[in-house]
Design a protein around this ligand. Sequence first.
Ligand code: ZN
Length: 203
Amino acid sequence: MKLICIGRNYTEHIEELKNERPSDPVIFLKPDTSILLKKQPFFIPDFSEDVHHEVEVLVKIKKVGKHIEEKFAHTYYDEIGLGIDFTARDLQSKLKEKGLPWEKAKAFDGAALIGDFIPKAAVADINNINFHLENNGKVVQQGNTSFMLWKIDALIEYISKYFTLKIGDIIFTGTPAGVSKVNPNDQLEGYLENKKVFSVKIK
Ligand code: ZN
């Protein structure tokens, strides 16, 4: 399985990193080895001094598809989740400056936290889901899927032009504003609507 990640999908996050607003979705991949094992802490890798949390809504693909039209995209997923796209921001900035791929900064072991999924049917409107991230009990990021530049079904259409989507693939749909550095002893907790769907200790 693969993790397909979207960058720059929320205006306020684009502004906080002083990035250009893209004309098409920004896509990158993470390998399955980047998945943080359930209930394991996240260890800050020794090659970064500035790992950021990026909380993101996740979509789990349930059937194989290629060239999926937006109007049929909803038939390709039944579950929605929440996760963290851990990013070594210092390394990413250096790579971006040189126009190099970001993988070392985003696809390293443990860089993808995948929380519990909930049935799509449990939310009234997929394009109006509230989510937030707490660090040591304080809200550090919050968002709503209505603020996405490209909504979930549009992302599926776009991604599937390039990559065949397979059962179990997970889409990370981009982070809202509020990304910041994680430190040892931080306890990050993610909430989809008001349901806690993950908790992770930083070491
Ligand atoms: Zn991200």
